[in-house]
Write a protein of this length. Structure first.
Length: 314
């Protein structure tokens, strides 16, 4: 029996998506934004492939034929999982694909900020070096990575991978997670003792806004905050204020609260030497995207075979 499969935001995945092994009618769209487009394009479809297309309750209720939502990402906050469960729709996600790309991006942001690489490069481009009376100048503070403390919030596979890399660089690693594990510390200890804090938790009602003005004030004056998880974890206005008044030393973000920031975003609008914002690309090495694309197809084929894998519970 032929199954209708629709990929709603194919443009978000720069990799080859191999053909499915079962009889299928496949269609893809570069991007899909409005609820009306989602409903129209998924009419009669049993399988929806999405990355960041919002699948809310009002949309799902209009899709009686839909049986599988295969998310081309680990985070599934774009899907109303409770409504999906009520309709008997299985939700699956991608796991274990970003074991190199996200940790490397985190380490890259950490080096760039601790060593002030971006502001110095921009300074040279402006001609500041030409005007220097000495062979170098010290407009921006530089701190070593070795000997500093990395605090990891969310000590799953990604957190552990980053921890191993940090230890190899001579860092002390401390970690916090809501799930009990040997050797973990509490959240306040992370805030108080870390020179660099990196976030690797999902966006849930419990984690939304988990770092605001009060938490930022508990951090060291020179500490860095790195977020490659979800923008909603941070009070962005409080962060900008903390960066401007020296409450913390710097921040490196790959995510913001609303993506893309079509209506503007306070982090993206800042011109600060101690802030780096990248456009949600920490996950997107060529190698990682191909692993993701292959697993996306694997997930759909496993479901069709009656052996669903990587199922996300409501």
């Amino acid at each position: 029996m032929t199954k209708k499969v629709v990929f709603l935001d194919r443009e978000s995945l720069d990799a080859k998506v191999r053909s499915f092994s079962f009889p299928h009618d496949y269609k893809e769209y570069d991007s899909t934004w409005t609820p009306e487009e989602i409903v129209e394009r998924l009419k009669g479809a049993e399988v929806a492939l999405i990355n960041k297309v919002p699948m809310r309750a009002d949309v799902l209720k209009q899709l009686p034929d839909l049986k599988l939502i295969a998310v081309a990402a680990t985070g599934t906050d774009v899907v109303d999982k409770k409504q999906a469960k009520e309709q008997g729709i299985t939700v699956v996600n991608i796991r274990g694909y970003a074991f190199n790309t996200v940790p490397e991006h985190v380490i890259g942001l950490m080096f760039s900020l601790r060593r002030a690489i971006v502001p110095y490069a921009n300074s040279v481009r402006r001609g500041d070096w030409n005007k220097s009376s000495q062979f170098c100048y010290f407009d921006y503070p530089i701190h070593d990575i070795a000997g500093s403390t990395l605090g990891i919030v969310g000590y799953g596979a990604l957190g552990k991978s980053i921890g191993k890399r940090a230890e190899a660089l001579g860092m002390k690693v401390i970690a916090y997670d809501v799930f009990e594990q040997p050797g973990l510390v509490d959240f306040d200890t992370i805030l108080r003792d870390s020179d660099v804090i990196t976030l690797h938790v999902p966006l849930t009602p419990d984690t939304k806004g988990m770092i605001g003005a009060a938490e930022l004030k508990k951090m060291k004056k020179h500490a860095l905050l790195i977020n490659t998880a979800r923008g909603g974890l941070i009070d962005e206005a409080a962060l900008v204020e903390a960066l401007k008044n020296g409450t913390i030393g710097g921040a490196g973000f790959d995510v913001v609260a609303q993506e893309p920031p079509k209506d503007g975003n306070i982090l993206c609008e800042q011109d600060l030497p101690n802030l780096i914002v990248t456009p949600h690309v920490a996950w997107a090495s060529k190698e990682a995207m191909q692993i993701l694309a292959d697993q996306l197809v694997d997930n759909v084929e496993a479901w069709v075979a009656g052996k669903p894998q990587n199922v996300v519970e409501a």
